[in-house]
Design a protein around this ligand. Sequence first.
Ligand code: SAH
Ligand code: MG
Length: 194
Amino acid sequence: MNKVELEKIKVKALEEHIPIIMDDTLEVIDKILKEKKPKAILEIGTAVGYSAMCFSEYLADGGIIDTIEREHERVEEAKENIKKVGVEEKINILEGDAVEILPTLDKKYDVVFIDAAKGKYPFFLAEAKRMLNENGIIFADNILYKGYVMSDYNKHKQRTAVRNLREYIKEVTEDENCKTEILEVGDGLAISRF
Ligand code: SAH
Ligand code: MG
């Protein structure tokens, strides 16, 4: 993969305030993927393809990432970026709303990375669980949402998002089928190992 191009894409995304994965969050996920060498990853929220391209380095031979994005312009940009970096073989973009696309998928994944509409996290979790392989891992980015999730502040205009992120945390921490860690890296990362 062309890491010089990847770095340029990162810089441009940050300049344009596209909420790409933060360095410390990426570092944690990289370590886990390096060990796991997944064959199939599902990502919800492609943006311009940055995180998918970073993860693609750790796929097993012949492995693939399916990634979902609803904004057409971002899909177009992600496709161009993926070509520039030379990882077209490893990343498959599905364009549309994940709420509609997920129920149509019937594949198994070793890893799911949830990084889209916060109000939909509990739904994304249910769909991720349905498609997760044994010993799979589900990551959820932005799980602490600028600290709102762990504070008692609930008059914020994003209260639906906050309520749903709290619901996600409750579900994964109460689920006896998985072990969950909530890390204060980036905007908060939940790691659930099944
Ligand atoms: N994973 C990317 C960043 C994703 S930002 C990275 O780290 O590089 C979140 C993206 O999710 C945005 O581009 C947004 O358009 C998309 N998104 C939000 N809700 C969505 C939904 N319901 N279905 C599909 N995409 C969604
Ligand atoms: Mg994110």
